[in-house]
Design a binder for this molecule. Structure first.
Ligand code: MN
Ligand code: MN
Ligand code: MN
Length: 281
């Protein structure tokens, strides 16, 4: 069974329109798919009623939060998108993102890049503005040669545009997800580059906050890394989730869809969505 519980669309920083993503997933034989845009469910809602035979579409979202001085991403899978608690949470995230966008623009202006805010907003269109939109604007204006240079020099970790947004604390985000009927999952646990000790502390805090799942396969990962995450999942009694974190076709990114077989002997988040023909539409 091919599945994917971590994907992005044009509603956040993905390149594919939600309808295109869903059609492609179905064409590639994926039977369960979650659209998990950053801080918005607009991408999912755009295709929620679109009938795609053989594909279970699971509502999802990827929420940023703060823990231990770092920004952590938590996936909310199977949430009720209309739940008042989720709506309030998403509104909170939108405000935090707006403030962050303004700060990034001010910082870029201080480096001589005028008009970054308008530029990024124009790039974002109806989607949530983020660093990739600043990057695309910088490329279009000829400030940098390409997307990677924008991140390497101005927007990536430790650079002028790397603004630690005023994201909510971890327990808050987990609470929004669980209260709105979803399963909270720690996204790409190795991407934070924590020591094993700090990663263990994160998982303990996440579990204590009511979190239920951990992504044991995400993006381009080695078998060793997946094995390490699986043993952490068992140790912290967390259900296993997998996802490509697909944003666009790129050599450095993972393709859409993962094979579920290597994980089926574990407690998996998708067990609850397996038995129904069509979920959450
Ligand atoms: Mn992203
Ligand atoms: Mn993420
Ligand atoms: Mn993601």
């Amino acid at each position: 069974m091919r599945i994917d519980f971590h994907t992005h669309t044009t509603a956040s920083d993905g390149a594919l329109d939600p309808a295109v993503l869903v059609e492609r997933a179905a064409a590639e034989g994926i039977t369960m798919l979650a659209i998990t845009d950053h801080d918005t469910v607009a991408g999912f809602l755009a295709v929620a009623t679109l009938p795609v035979p053989g594909l279970n579409l699971v509502p999802g979202v990827e929420l940023s939060c703060q823990w231990g001085g770092a920004t952590i991403h938590i996936l909310g899978l199977g949430i009720d998108c209309d739940h008042p608690v989720m709506l309030e949470g998403l509104e909170h995230m939108a405000q935090a993102r707006q403030e962050r966008t303004a700060i990034i623009a001010r910082r870029l202006a201080s480096k001589g890049f005028e008009g970054a805010l308008e530029g990024a907003l124009a790039m974002a269109g109806s989607s949530q503005p983020g660093r990739p939109h600043f990057a695309r604007w910088m490329v279009e204006k000829g400030h940098v040669a390409d997307f990677s240079e924008a991140f390497d020099r101005y927007l990536g970790r430790g650079k002028v545009g790397d603004v630690k947004a005023c994201w909510p604390e971890l327990p808050q985000v987990v609470d929004w997800i669980t209260q709105s009927g979803g399963v909270a999952v720690v996204a790409h646990p190795l991407k934070y580059r924590f020591t094993l000790m700090k990663l263990r502390r994160l998982l303990a805090a996440f579990k204590a906050a009511g979190g239920q799942g951990i992504e044991v396969a995400s993006g381009r990962q080695t078998a060793d890394q997946a094995a390490q995450l699986q043993s952490l999942a068992v140790h912290y009694d967390l259900e296993v989730s997998v996802g490509s974190d697909f944003h666009q076709d790129a050599t450095y990114g993972a393709p859409l869809g993962l094979e579920s077989a290597p994980f089926e002997h574990l407690a998996v988040v998708w067990e609850r969505w397996k038995t129904r023909d069509v979920v959450c539409r």
